[in-house]
Design a protein around this ligand. Structure first.
Ligand code: GLV
Ligand code: GLV
Length: 324
């Protein structure tokens, strides 16, 4: 008999067919308590869970006694209580490789649009305001040959450094627990402590996951260390930056601008002061959202679940210690 799985994300037909070939699939809209209640028997029997968005914690695990593997269509797994999963012997699979280049592209898009005010001036042109002349009040700041500081020197950080160094002649700083000799050799990247990185970077790029250690790692004190001309970019997770402190820093000129793909609360509340600031470029958490990469992530997530439940796990596992 094929293992039963819960799918909480709609998949393209070919990937759905692949999943159906291996599993008995119940597709649900989400994994909210209401949805679990509505499909209680299917959640009880399911050995696998595949999707993205929605909390997977002790409460959900209690409703899923047969669960053996979760497969998230994301690299980040802050929605999952990994300790609770590991304790229950449930493996967690994610998609850490396929989205690397796309998220690095998004990071550069935010660097360029915040420095050169692309979205602000686009709105200005479309509002028919280009009748008057262009003056210094419309100028941006250069990107090329500036200093890019990377917090979170993983795969995405490496891909961003490559773009910044070879494409824009930028100097690269990074702060990490371990030394990245490849980044140093290939991109001339320089390791430094957080304080130095904040003081010397023209662009401070947050690519960190959300953990207890990274929560509000960038707060008022850290923003104060940045240059008044510096720009903060966040494509990691919103809560790594203290958003109230960021708003104040952007309002009072402590820093120059910000480019944000992630927020403390998502969707960002409509009344957030961030949405009223001209020096903020916002995106709706779409760092990996291209047609090609989202397909690749879903495809990897399907393969990950197949490996976890019917084959052998060789990669993409968050808690491999569970696999005995
Ligand atoms: C996106 O934020 C992801 O974690 O994949
Ligand atoms: C980054 O998005 C992560 O959570 O690893």
């Amino acid at each position: 008999m094929k293992p039963a799985v819960i799918l909480y994300k709609s998949l393209p037909d070919d990937l759905r067919a692949k999943l159906d070939a291996h599993f008995t699939v119940t597709e649900v809209s989400d994994i909210s308590p209401e949805s679990v209640k509505q499909h209680a028997a299917q959640f009880q029997q399911a050995q696998g869970l595949l999707g993205s968005g929605g909390k997977v914690n002790g409460d959900l695990l209690a409703q899923m006694p047969a669960l053996r593997a979760c497969s998230t269509v994301s690299v980040g797994y802050d929605n999952f209580d990994v300790a609770a999963l590991s304790q229950r012997g449930v493996v967690l699979m994610h998609t850490p490789t396929v989205l690397t280049e796309t998220v690095a592209d998004t990071l550069m898009a935010l660097v360029l649009s915040s420095a050169r005010r692309v979205t602000e001036l686009d709105a200005w042109v479309k509002a028919g305001q280009w009748q008057a002349s262009i003056g210094p009040q419309h100028y941006g700041v250069d990107v090329h040959h500036k200093t890019l500081g990377i917090l979170g020197m993983g795969r995405i950080g490496m891909a961003a450094a490559q773009r910044a160094h070879f494409g824009f002649g930028m100097n690269i700083l990074y702060n990490a627990r371990r030394q990245h000799s490849e980044a140093e050799t290939r991109f001339g990247a320089r390791a430094c402590d957080l304080e130095t990185l904040l003081k010397e970077s023209d662009f401070v790029c947050v690519i960190l996951p959300m953990t207890e250690q990274t929560h509000h790692m960038i707060g008022a004190a850290q923003l104060k260390l940045m240059k008044p001309s510096a720009i903060l970019i966040n494509v990691g997770r919103g809560p790594v930056v203290d958003e109230q402190a960021l708003i104040s820093a952007l309002q009072d000129g402590t820093i120059h601008a910000a480019g944000l793909d992630v927020f403390e609360q998502e969707p960002v509340p409509a009344d957030s002061a961030l949405l009223k600031l001209p020096n903020v470029v916002t995106l709706p958490h779409i760092g990996s959202a291209t047609h090609e990469t989202r397909y690749g992530m879903m495809s990897d997530a399907v393969d990950n679940l197949i490996a976890a439940l019917t084959g052998k796990i060789e990669k993409n596992c968050v808690n491999p210690e569970v696999v005995k």
